[in-house]
Write a protein that binds this ligand. Structure first.
Ligand code: PLP
Length: 382
C-alpha cells in the first residue's frame, strides 16, 4: 500500500492548474506548502492596526521561492528530452537549478557574478554538482550570455524567461488564498528580474477567475499560456507592491540601470527581464513600486529576526522595509491586510548577518567560569 497523505510537492498539489499530464515524470523535492506566519510584535511596534503575514519561502528545499519555478522548469525540460539546463543567477536560481538537475540526473550550468553571491548559495551550487561559471561581470551580463548560448548549444534556459518558471511560482498565490480564505489587500515583495511579482499576479488572477468572479479583460501576463487566458478578473485580488533596493531600482528610475549596487545581492539586477509584464501588474492591480535603502533593508531583516523569530535574507527584507514606510506614511491604510513574501532564507548569507551583529552586545567573549556565565545572564535579561 502506498502512503496516502504524504505532501509530494506543488505540481502534484495543483496538477489541474499546471501544464502537466498524467504521464509527466515530476521532478520534485517537496517544494511549496510554506508557512504563512502572522506577525505579532512588529505591528505593535509600529503602533498601527495592520494585519501582516509573511510567506516564508526560505523554507523551500533549497531555501528560496526559486524552487517553485524550478520544479516546473526542470520537469518540462526533462519531459522535452533535455539533458542540460543553464541559468544566470544572483545565487538562488543557481542553487535551485543545481538541486533539481541533480534530482533529475541531468547537468546544470550556472553563471554567477564573480564574488557577488552570498556564501551559502555558492556552497549549494557547488555541492549539488552544478558546473559553476563565475563570470567577470554582473547578473545582467550573465543573462545576456545565457540567452546567446542557448541558441548555439543543447541547453534549456531555466531563468524566469522560461514560462514554466512563472507557472510554478504562481502557486504561492494559490496557497495564500486557500489559507486566508481570500486574497490580502496588499501583496508586497522584493523585485529583481520581476518574474515573481508577475507570477503571483497570474496566480491571483487564475484563482479568482476559477472561482467564477466577473471576467473583464484578457489576461496580459502569460502570453496565452495560463489556463484562464480568455479573461482576467477584477475582484478578489490584492494590490501588488514591488520594492527595489535604491541602488538597483530600474522600475523607480523608469529605465534600465547599468551598474546596479546593493547589499541585497539577490535583487542586484539592473535589466529586469519581465519589465513590461511587471508594469502591467502594477497598473492592473492598482499597486506601485517603491525603493528602500540598504540600511532600511538591514534594519528590517534584523527586526524580523529579533522581534518575530523569522530569519530571511537581505533581499527578502526589502518587502518589510518598504511596507513599514508605506504603512507609516498612510499609503497603506490602517485596517489593511498584507502578505509579504520572504523570498529566501537568512542562512543563505551568513557573512552579511554576522557583519550586522559584530561588536553588538549579543556576542560576548567570557572566561569559562560559573561566575562569568552567571553575570552574563543577570546583566542581559530582557
Ligand atoms: C530571485 C530573488 C528575488 C527576486 O525575484 P524576481 O523574480 O527576480 O523579481 C528576490 N529575493 C530573493 C531571495 C531571490 O532569490
Amino acid at each position: 500500500m502506498p502512503f496516502r497523505n504524504r505532501y509530494t510537492g506543488l505540481i502534484d498539489r495543483y496538477r489541474d492548474r499546471l501544464p502537466v499530464s498524467d504521464d509527466t515524470r515530476i521532478i520534485s523535492l517537496g517544494e511549496g506548502n510554506t508557512p504563512l506566519i502572522r506577525l505579532h510584535n512588529i505591528p505593535k511596534l509600529l503602533g498601527k492596526q495592520v494585519d501582516i503575514y509573511v510567506k516564508y519561502e526560505g523554507l523551500n528545499p533549497t531555501g528560496s521561492f526559486k524552487d517553485r519555478g524550478m520544479t516546473m522548469a526542470v520537469t518540462k525540460a526533462v519531459e522535452e528530452g533535455s539533458k542540460a539546463i543553464i541559468c544566470a543567477s544572483t545565487g538562488n536560481t543557481s542553487a535551485a537549478a543545481a538541486a533539481y538537475a541533480a534530482r533529475a540526473g541531468i547537468t546544470a550550468f550556472v553563471l554567477i557574478p564573480d564574488g557577488k553571491i552570498a556564501m551559502g548559495k555558492l556552497a549549494q551550487a557547488m555541492m549539488y554538482g552544478a558546473i559553476t561559471l563565475q563570470i567577470k561581470g554582473n547578473f545582467d551580463d550573465g543573462m545576456r550570455l545565457v540567452k546567446e548560448v542557448a541558441g548555439e548549444a543543447p541547453v534549456t534556459i531555466v531563468n524566469s524567461v522560461n514560462p514554466y518558471r512563472l507557472q510554478g511560482q504562481k502557486t504561492a498565490a494559490f496557497e495564500i488564498i486557500e489559507e486566508l480564505g481570500r486574497a490580502p489587500d496588499y501583496h508586497c515583495l522584493p523585485v529583481g528580474n520581476a518574474g515573481n511579482i508577475t507570477a503571483h499576479w497570474i496566480g491571483y488572477c487564475e484563482y479568482s477567475s476559477a472561482s467564477g468572479e466577473h471576467v473583464t479583460e484578457a489576461c496580459a501576463y502569460c502570453n496565452g499560456k495560463c489556463a484562464y487566458a480568455g479573461g482576467a478578473i477584477v475582484g478578489n485580488r490584492p494590490k501588488m507592491v514591488g520594492y527595489q533596493a535604491a541602488g538597483s531600482a530600474p522600475f523607480l528610475r523608469g529605465h534600465m540601470v547599468d551598474h546596479p549596487e546593493t547589499i541585497a545581492t539577490a535583487i542586484r539586477i539592473g535589466h529586469p527581464q519581465s519589465w513590461d509584464r511587471a508594469w502591467n501588474v502594477m497598473e492592473e492591480s492598482g499597486g506601485w513600486f517603491a525603493e528602500v535603502t540598504d540600511a532600511e533593508i538591514l534594519a528590517a531583516q534584523k527586526m524580523l529576526t529579533q522581534y518575530e523569530g523569522v530569519f530571511c535574507e537581505p533581499a527578502s527584507a526589502a518587502s518589510l522595509a518598504g511596507a513599514i514606510k508605506d504603512i507609516q506614511s498612510g499609503k497603506i491604510p490602517e485596517g489593511s491586510s498584507l502578505v509579504l513574501t520572504l523570498t529566501g532564507n537568512g542562512l543563505k548569507d551568513p557573512d552579511t548577518a554576522i557583519a550586522q551583529c559584530q561588536g553588538k552586545a549579543t556576542l560576548l567573549t567570557i572566561d569559562a567560569t560559573l561566575d562569568q556565565v552567571k553575570r552574563a545572564i543577570l546583566d542581559n535579561m530582557r
